[in-house]
Ligand binder design. Sequence first.
Ligand code: GUN
Length: 279
Amino acid sequence: MTILDGKALSEQLIDSVKEKAEKLKPKLAVILVGENPASMAYVRNKKKACERSGIEYVEYNFSTSITQEEILKKIDELNKDETVNGLIVQLPLPDHIYVPDVIRAVTPEKDVDGFHAYNIGKMFLSPEFEDLPPATPLGIVKLLDHYNIPIQGKEVVVVGHSNIVGKPISMMMLNRNATVTTCHIYTKDLSAHTKRADILIVAVGKENLITADMVKDGVIVVDVGMNRNSKGKLCGDVDYPNVSKKASYITPVPGGVGPMTVAALILNTIRATERQRNI
Ligand code: GUN
């Protein structure tokens, strides 16, 4: 069994853009609403990655009482600010804010999370147009590629159908000629699907959702889950101690997909800056 070391690859990728960052001097703006501990941890890691790669980082913090209008106004201001190259709004947002409106407001050229319909649409059409793909799916693809794991012709089973992971990673796997099954909360017999997987990608947010009896020998497991167990320890959606005994490759939590999302954000920020300057 080989551990897919997202932390090591993430550091390598972040270091690999230093030269470009020095020339381009890109700037990433992050909007954070409230004090959700997970969001604060993500944002802290994004800031650290910017500092490491030489990307300028600015953060705008708002309390949860902010109105949708005020957020949209800030986004509009940052869209127009020519010194800002990348712009992300950390999710989740408070219930009174309608996320699709916020995602739509970020100009596609600066949408380094790859959440805007324009960037999703380009990614949908084919791999050549994956300009600014969603950060977590891009991180997953980079991780599989780094370990020379072939995707073409493989049975890929995705568990979870969110807009930010499940749906886009399904499409990116299809773009790479995998046979893709997307499972979700209404899937009738989850293990009937997961047992067929050559590559199993799980993005649900439920501890121990995937147990050893649900996978075949040699499976490649990508665990996108980020949960706290009863002891307060970070864990994924996969029963790691037991599933890892059957897997040929597996991502740990923490240290797998999480750092790769951050690396992908850095790569997207460089790419967005190059596009804006016609490089
Ligand atoms: N919340 C969970 N993952 C992400 C992400 O990749 N980007 C943003 N903006 N929010 C998130």
